[in-house]
Design a protein around this ligand. Structure first.
Ligand SMILES: Nc1ncnc2c1ncn2[C@@H]1O[C@H](COP(=O)(O)OP(=O)(O)OP(=O)(O)O)[C@@H](O)[C@H]1O
Length: 311
């Protein structure tokens, strides 16, 4: 079942099209990765889902209901962790979470219980009475998450929650995302860090210039690119390399020599490294090091857009 549906969603700022006819289905229970470079249109999409800005065209549905026509229902079922911290410096951690949970209609004992639960979940129970100004960047991010999850939304959307924080807090957040998912929430995880998306997401959409340019599991996305394996061999001297002979080896697609480094693109599933080495040794080439890499999402992104994910 689809928890979120975006149909032909478009957002323009003047003449500029930030989100361009975007259609997307997110299934209940998944951790869905929304991967794109800065300015790709990720935050704009989230702001439309959150009702913070209006779309020019298209339609959005949460649990089958039109978001624009069922705003209260949408608010109850969606928790947004914004990219820019949405916490009040002059309220304690506890008061911050209570304020947001109150906005979603929680009252009385249930409210108190859920606030305590959310603070505990992000590891800030012992800081409940402290003010965020004494918090590290990572702690503020965690408080930001607590504010978005206290009302137990079915869909949690996180907009780059690990930007600018220390590795320990980053790991904490990634573990929390997996835990929230195991506890039953669907997650949309936005990032331009492909390692994070590869680690936690079951399905991924790559967004570029406001459009989804590829969508699928990690394996499906990697299968898009043909030059699947990159073999880099450093040699003492490249003079003796017989390039034509290397190109005849099964699976070898391209061979490049730069200074004393040999770069070979080879099809995956082809076990030809022994033959490549044998060819080099036969012509008297001395090997210094060998490195063989499977493609990653960065390579997929580069192949699709011609650019690196990070600027
Ligand atoms: N209010 C606005 N007015 C004009 N242009 C805007 C506005 N908000 C966003 N944009 C532009 O829309 C494009 C998409 O921005 P958006 O913030 O959605 O990208 P993003 O993928 O979330 O990237 P980032 O990680 O940098 O936030 C950018 O070129 C941005 O400059």
């Amino acid at each position: 079942m689809n928890i979120l549906e975006l149909n032909h969603l478009t957002k323009k700022f003047g003449d500029f099209i930030a989100v361009d006819n975007m259609s997307l289905n997110v299934k209940s229970g998944e951790i869905f990765g929304f991967l794109g470079a800065n300015g790709a249109g990720k935050s704009t999409t989230i702001h439309m889902i959150a009702g913070l800005i209006r779309n020019n065209e298209g339609e959005m549905k949460i649990l089958g209901k039109n978001i624009a026509k069922n705003q209260r229902f949408a608010k109850m079922n969606i928790g947004i962790v914004p990219q820019d911290l949405a916490i009040y410096e002059d309220l304690t951690a506890y008061e911050n979470v209570r304020f947001f949970a109150g906005l979603y209609g929680l009252r009385g004992a249930v409210l108190e219980e859920r606030v305590a639960e959310a603070l505990q979940f992000v590891g800030l129970s012992d800081k409940a009475k402290s003010f965020p100004k004494s918090f590290s960047g990572g702690m503020k991010r965690r408080l930001n998450i607590a504010c978005a999850i206290a009302h137990r939304p079915k869909l949690i959307i996180m907009d780059e929650p690990t930007v600018g924080i220390d590795p320990q807090s980053r790991n904490y957040i990634l573990t929390s995302v997996k835990k929230l998912n195991e506890m039953g929430s669907t997650i949309i995880y936005t990032s331009h860090y492909m390692e994070e998306v590869e680690e936690i997401c079951s399905r991924i959409a790559i967004v570029d210039h406001g459009k989804i340019i590829a969508e699928g599991s990690k394996e499906q996305l990697k299968a898009i690119i043909t030059e699947n394996k990159n073999i880099t061999i450093e040699v003492k001297s490249a003079d003796s390399i017989n390039i034509e002979q290397l190109k005849e080896i099964h699976g070898v697609e391209t061979v490049q020599v730069e200074d004393n480094v040999l770069k070979i693109h080879s099809a995956t599933g082809v076990n030809n490294l022994n033959k490549i080495i044998a060819s080099l040794l036969q012509t008297g080439t001395e090997i210094r090091s060998i490195d063989e890499k499977e493609p990653n999402l960065e390579t997929v992104f580069l192949t699709l857009t011609g650019r690196n994910l990070r600027d």
